[in-house]
Design a protein around this ligand. Sequence first.
Ligand SMILES: Cc1cc2nc3c(=O)[nH]c(=O)nc-3n(C[C@H](O)[C@H](O)[C@H](O)COP(=O)(O)OP(=O)(O)OC[C@H]3O[C@@H](n4cnc5c(N)ncnc54)[C@H](O)[C@@H]3O)c2cc1C
Length: 411
Amino acid sequence: MTHVMTSHADPLKIAIVGSGPSGFYAVEALLQSGPDVEIDLYDRIPVPFGLVRYGVAPDHQKLKEVTRVFTRLALDQRVRFFGNVTVGHDVSIAELQELYDAVVIASGAGVDRAMNVPGEDLNGSHAAVDFVGWYNGHPDYRDCRFDLSGEHAAIVGQGNVAIDVCRILAKTVDELRKTDIAEHALDALARSRLRTITIVGRRGPAQMKFTTKELRELGTLTGWDVTLDPADLELDETSAVEMAAPQAAVAAKNLEVLRGYAAKPRSQPREIRIRFFSAPHRVEGDERIKNLVVERTRLSGPAFRQQAEGTGTYRDIAADVLFRSIGYAALPLPGCGAAVAGSAVRPSLQDRPERCGPGPRCRRSRCAPHLRDGVDQEGADRHHRHQPRRQHRNGGEPSRGQSSAASGRPG
Ligand SMILES: Cc1cc2nc3c(=O)[nH]c(=O)nc-3n(C[C@H](O)[C@H](O)[C@H](O)COP(=O)(O)OP(=O)(O)OC[C@H]3O[C@@H](n4cnc5c(N)ncnc54)[C@H](O)[C@@H]3O)c2cc1C
């Protein structure tokens, strides 16, 4: 965090676009940075916390405990929250720049990456992020429909979002009922007839992105075995080099977990299949998807930069429903230029808004999980209580952001 040098006698006025972890970490850094600051947080949805609220799985409440820290920051007298304000639509970056000394962009990376294979757009093929938003009750996704009446699901991607999706698909209704999953999702999942879930990745066990806790949790799901091909756990020379490196500690633990799964005899009626060295090649079906065709891959390239290349051998993976979870990208906000991923939060008195992102993984802290009502109400009350801190230079009216937020119009 760079200290802000300012000649203003008044507090430095900062607008932050986005109230997810990046926005709140920016708030924290600014409050601790020394100069007197006043911060307005804007979000396109009515409630704060971004993907901590709408991304983190509902059965992983502990991960959401970081919202207690965010709540404390939001309640600071120098901070205000304005929900239902889409920057770039309700208020422009240029207007914010007029009203504030600095604008920080922390609007996240909410767009999923496509597989770019034929058939990807058939019914039943979804972005995992849509499913996640739906089961978490995100207003953008409440009207989504997921048909879980088939027996087979496939998930493309081998990171924790893929595991979250798998776990939510696999858990019993009684288990899900104890979480804060959206009611509409609980109803739909109660009707699920899934018997297999296949998690597909292009590369091998040394390159998968799961964390060990999440991978291990798959093996505890009631009624499900985790299976894989033991041959896929044989490391090639370069992967063995990767696995021996200190930074591969998680991968090494994961490998042990996978070996345990491979050695365990089948005992449960349903099956989570982990498939390595499998690149999506096409999605097949008529009106709905039926099948994911994958191409067997091999790895090539130097350690830690190995890429999957096709071998010309194909195999079918039965899939009545498909989720892709192969990465997320940030879209630039109108008027903000290209997204600058990974730059530091650096409030500035210059013309250009600063981008903060794509955002840290949620910190794991220990706090009470269900802050939804408390925080929202506090935020709303404070919003109505406060007079605008700074009048618009041209007319003395509240900023458009404030009046839009007060109207309750959906973002
Ligand atoms: C599906 C999923 C599950 C995840 N699960 C975990 C997990 O279990 N544990 C973990 O540590 N990390 C998890 N992550 C990663 C973590 O959620 C992100 O790293 C983190 O939320 C990024 O924070 P952010 O503030 O940059 O973005 P976000 O959390 O996405 O916040 C961005 C905010 O900006 C707002 N916004 C966007 N555009 C505008 C606009 N034009 N105007 C106003 N507001 C706008 C959005 O509404 C949002 O509230 C997950 C990510 C995803 C996608």
